[in-house]
Design a binder for this molecule. Structure first.
Ligand code: ACM
Length: 752
């Protein structure tokens, strides 16, 4: 009987006394890092499905929208956690929100609507950290506000088109990282993507190209896919996107390119080009010489376009491009030359300035401000124009000093179309190298800008040019996590930035991004090696961003894996291998450096002209380290790039050395402004003071990409050797970047 009673009790307990719920403790790994987090050891137990808003009367109209956006579904029940929301305009002026989590629940006070929205994003990130519905969230107080006013991400939808659903997903992700501007690049040589009802041929002709380049622009000969490609966004789709963005505190900045990047428009309306056409929508990448001709009818056309654009986009800015406008057709046009005379302009650059100023005046009349790439500075602009500094920071500095507002987006730190990893298996990209850490460490206020001008720097923007991104998956791969890094640059105080901590937070953030089905690039456990030649010694530095893993290295001569602790001198070897390990388990692929043994590796040497910091962050130490650069990617750190200059390398062998051959590795990619040198001269010396010339090259020509230039010498003996390399000079007319200084790229001087 007693036994029976126990069974009944047990049955009763099993059905009526559920086991205690297990709550998962989550860290406050918020990206971008808030201004202030005060945290205690206690935590609040929250059931994600049992959250309920309790809001001020004024916020009630927002409730249903927020419930959808933030996935807060439930009605009140006994176990609900309350999210109290209120607006308090007296909150410190610049403080956007205060978020308090304690035993009472979640309390949000914000200075305005926007602040409330950001607080909810912070809260959402905390909830998204773990898949479990049951979370234990640290008691905390978060005070937060942004560092910069303009926090932007860009997307080129012309080189490749992305549908409305993806644009919405892109905007959702921007909101999640507290960006507030979406720069939508809508017109290009390769496609016009915005419906303009007044000009139906833009939809019929300019929105479609007959085929698309396959592979890289540098690959010769060019091959095409023989498939028509194109699409455009209708007015109703644009309105839908603008509204969607607005609900997420994001302003859309449409970009309508002029006077360059206009070939698609000219294909539809050839009478707007100086030669009259015919033109076709460009099928390959690069910059077209076919630009708008500054006829009155061209201005009429563009004003007609702007009339519709201003109606569609309620934000304050219209971006009018202004970048990369080749002047060849203007030089050859009698009309343009006469216009230059009539308007007393200096030259074709003056004509570009005339073009921009006219359109700026029209746009200003419509109550909007212009943004232009930094080329719009050439020839002067009106005071209310905002400049996007992309070719470096010089444009931004110059603009700020003139009192123009500036958005910083230099290629060196903000171009997410560049490679982010040195891994040979990375998907094809345009070139360059921009790893996460470099993006993270970007400081938008240039050190050389006096403090009185800092106020003109509105913020920074990540750019996503899509020549080599033909799927939305690839856009996500290139943009994330680099967009996370720039979100922190734009939002968080400098004192709060810390790359190590950021990479730790990314581990939690990757869970959130996975849940949102974002195809982010995870290079956190990747190992990179920098092998420096320090006065004839090869020193290896290995690095991984992931603090939780170890790095081990070995070689073809000694296969025993050594734990990496600090930089080490490399013994003689042919191949160095390295990888990251989580305990005994390999956490990354195996990377390797193959060494080309030559007489320069054991020598001290000096460069009389150092490489540019953009392509040569490790200085000259990599020039003679025995590692040849990637033959296809000029962004590989083994390449040293010299902008407009040559260099001379002086090598000290310490004692007489027999030399019979020298090989120089150059990169050749005129499409990217990288040229072979004009000349190479070799000198020898007994004392490093007086030199005799032993070789002078003729014109150097050869294949695109890496070219190994061999120089045979007559079994000479020397103590010192000097290799002088002359830059190509200015880029010739008709080529990409005509008139600019050419780059010289050198990877290794091999001596045999
Ligand atoms: C640009 O990248 N041409 C602005």
């Amino acid at each position: 009987m007693i036994r029976k009673f126990y069974y009944i009790l047990l049955f009763f307990c099993l059905s009526a006394c559920p086991p205690p719920l297990k709550y998962v403790e989550v860290p406050l790994h918020i990206i971008p890092e808030p201004v202030e987090i005060l945290q205690t050891d206690a935590c609040l137990s929250v059931h994600k499905q049992k959250l309920v808003f309790e809001v001020d009367e004024s916020l009630k109209p927002k409730l249903s929208e927020w419930k959808t956006q933030f996935g807060i579904k439930t009605n009140e029940s006994k176990e609900s956690t309350k999210i109290y929301c209120s607006i308090n305009e007296n909150l410190r002026k610049e403080s956007k929100y205060k978020l308090i989590i304690n035993q009472k629940g979640i309390q949000i006070t914000a200075s305005d609507f926007e602040g409330l929205y950001y607080a909810l994003q912070t809260m959402k990130q905390i909830f998204d950290t773990d898949d479990s519905n049951l979370l234990c969230i640290p008691h905390c107080e978060i005070n937060d506000y942004p560092r910069f006013k303009y926090r932007g991400m860009h997307l080129d939808v012309c080189r490749h088109y992305f549908n409305v659903d993806f644009i919405k997903k892109y905007i959702d992700l921007l909101a999640y990282h507290k960006f507030n501007y979406f720069h939508w690049h809508l017109t290009e040589d390769q496609g016009w993507r915005i419906e303009i009802k007044k000009y139906p041929k833009l939809q019929e002709i300019a929105a479609f190209r007959k085929e698309t380049l396959i592979g890289h622009y540098n690959d010769q000969p060019h091959k095409f896919d023989n498939t028509k490609y194109g699409a455009y966004y209708s007015h109703s789709e644009i309105k839908e996107i603008v509204k969607y963005a607005e609900e997420r505190m994001i302003t859309v900045v449409p970009e309508i390119e002029m006077p360059g990047h206009a070939q698609a428009a000219l294909a539809a309306y050839p009478q707007l080009g100086c030669t009259g056409g015919p033109y076709e929508v460009l099928t390959k990448w690069g910059i077209s010489e076919n630009v708008y001709c500054p006829y009155e009818k061209t201005f009429d056309f563009l004003e007609g376009v702007i009339d519709e654009v201003v109606e569609l986009f309620p934000g304050p800015y219209i971006h009018i491009g202004g970048d990369e406008c080749p002047k060849t057709t203007w030089k050859n046009s009698a009309f343009c030359q006469q216009l230059i005379k009539d308007k007393a302009l200096k030259d074709e650059h003056g004509l570009q300035s005339y073009f921009i100023k006219r359109m700026q005046a029209y746009i200003n009349e419509k109550g909007k401000k212009i943004i232009g790439w930094d080329e719009i500075l050439e020839g002067g602009i009106a005071p209310n124009a905002t400049v996007m500094s992309w070719r470096g920071t010089e444009g931004g500095i110059q603009a700020a000093k003139q009192g123009h507002e500036v958005i910083m987006t230099p290629t060196s730190h903000c171009y997410f179309d560049y490679y982010q990893s040195e891994d040979e298996n990375e998907p094809l990209a345009i070139g360059g190298f921009l790893p996460l850490e470099r993006v993270y460490n970007y400081e938008p206020i240039p050190a050389e800008l006096d403090s009185e001008f800092h106020k003109y720097v509105l913020g920074a923007q990540g750019n996503v040019w899509t020549e080599y991104m033909n799927t939305s998956n690839q856009v996500e791969y290139m943009a994330y996590p680099r967009a996370c890094a720039i979100s922190e640059t734009n939002w968080s105080p400098v004192a709060k930035k810390n790359y190590k901590y950021f990479t730790k937070k990314l581990q939690s953030h990757y869970n959130r991004l996975s849940k949102k089905r974002v195809n982010f690039a995870d290079h956190l456990s990747e190992v990179t090696a920098v092998i420096k030649n320090k006065q004839g010694k090869l020193i290896g530095h290995l690095k991984t961003p992931n603090e939780k893993v170890d790095i081990k290295y070995w070689s073809n001569k000694n296969t025993e894996k050594k734990l990496y602790k600090e930089s080490f001198e490399l013994p003689k070897m042919d191949t160095l291998f390295y990888a990251s390990f989580d305990g005994e388990q390999r956490a990354s692929k195996i990377y390797k450096n193959v060494f080309t043994q030559h007489k320069g590796i054991k020598c001290d040497y000096k460069l009389l002209v150092e490489a540019s910091e953009k392509y040569g962050v490790h200085g000259s130490d990599l020039l003679m380290n025995g590692i040849l650069a990637n033959p296809n990617k000029f962004g590989d750190k083994e390449w040293l790039g010299f902008n407009g200059t040559g260099t001379s390398v002086m090598i000290d062998f310490e004692k007489l050395q027999d030399i019979s051959k020298i090989k120089l590795g150059f990169f050749n990619a005129p499409a990217y402004w990288i040229y072979l040198p004009r000349k190479v001269i070799i000198y020898i010396s007994e004392d490093g003071q007086t030199w005799s010339k032993i070789f002078e090259s003729k014109k150097i020509e050869g294949q695109i990409k890496r070219l190994e230039y061999p120089i045979s010498l007559n079994e000479i003996k020397t103590k010192f050797l000097k290799v002088s390399i002359e830059n190509f000079g200015r880029i010739p007319q008709g080529a990409e970047g005509a008139g600019h200084k050419a780059w010289l790229f050198l990877d290794e001087i091999q001596i045999y």
